[in-house]
Design a protein. Structure first.
Length: 307
């Protein structure tokens, strides 16, 4: 009796599709899309405020595409660098790299590739200044902010500089410069980051300590200093958001929106002084995520009323 030929086991096509979808989802997760939403909102605001006359939609598309690619590359490379620390934190342990779903070298190649493509997109389709600002953002975030997270709580201050660059990129895309109005947008995003990231740092402080990340002052065991820091910087943020009206860059509609949004944001910030719990820090985090897009949307909407 002759030996029968080995049978090939066929894998259903829906299994292949599910695997491809899972891999695509992991790469998508590496780019931190929730952060990119705020990056795009800030870049678009800088672009729109800078424009004179009708919108150049082609230029806008290339600006947003290049910026989000560089931002995605930065997020991916950051997760590559911090993959061992992420494995020690509950909120990040299931990310593609610490969980082992993606090999580190794949994330490295992916991060470098989309960063280079994004920088080139800005350089060749927008202008050299926008490309330079995006590249400077990436390098300062990865080479300055990321390593300092293990050394000093000042990393939050230093990390706010690359974090506030998107509106400058949007402005530079249109004007080819960074005028004082652009720096005003930069200042708004710069100050906004402190209540936002300090809320995250307090909410996940045990995780950060476990991973050896110094996101909060070591001496501030009770969080009282951090709470007052949040409130003071929120007040400073509200003050900065009123400057566009004083400089006659925005009108009364924006002024009312900025005051109302600022009061509500300050209310959530102030809760941290009397009650520093996960609930209050989570509420502040959610408020911060809503605050910036609303502020920028009203800034743009107010200008639409001028036409």
């Amino acid at each position: 009796m002759s030996a029968s030929a080995p049978q090939q086991v066929s894998i259903p096509e829906n299994t292949h599709a599910a695997n491809l979808l899972a891999i695509a989802k992991d790469y998508w997760t590496l780019t931190k899309p929730e952060v990119n939403f705020l990056v795009l909102a800030s870049t678009f605001t800088g672009f729109y405020i800078a424009k004179q006359g009708s919108t150049h939609y082609g230029l806008l598309l290339h600006t947003l595409l290049g910026t989000v690619l560089v931002a995605s590359g930065t997020a991916t490379l950051n997760q590559f660098i911090e993959r061992h620390g992420d494995a020690q934190m509950r909120r990040t342990a299931y990310r593609p790299l610490p969980s082992g779903r993606l090999a580190p070298w794949k994330a490295l190649v992916f991060g470098i590739a989309i960063s280079v493509i994004g920088t080139a997109e800005l350089f060749f389709r927008v202008n050299a200044l926008a490309s330079f600002l995006a590249a400077a953002t990436l390098l300062s975030y990865l080479l300055l902010y990321t390593p300092l997270k293990r050394k000093t709580a000042i990393c939050t201050f230093l990390g706010a500089f690359p974090g506030a660059m998107p509106p400058l990129i949007g402005w530079a895309a249109v004007r080819g410069n960074v005028a004082p109005e652009a720096w005003l947008l930069f200042a708004i995003v710069f100050l906004w980051q402190f209540p936002h990231f300090l809320a995250i740092a307090w909410l996940y402080r045990e995780d950060y300590q476990r991973a050896g990340l110094r996101m909060l002052p070591a001496a501030d065991v009770t969080g009282k200093f951090t709470a007052y820091e949040i409130v003071v910087l929120t007040v400073g943020l509200i003050g900065i958001t009123l400057l566009p009206v004083l400089l006659r860059l925005e009108g009364m509609l924006y002024l009312v929106a900025a005051i109302v949004a600022g009061i509500l944001f300050l209310k959530e910030s102030s809760r941290m002084i009397s009650h520093r719990s996960k609930e209050t820090s989570r509420r502040l985090l959610h408020a911060s995520v809503m605050y910036l897009p609303v502020l920028f949307a009203m800034m743009i909407f107010d200008r639409l009323q001028w036409k």
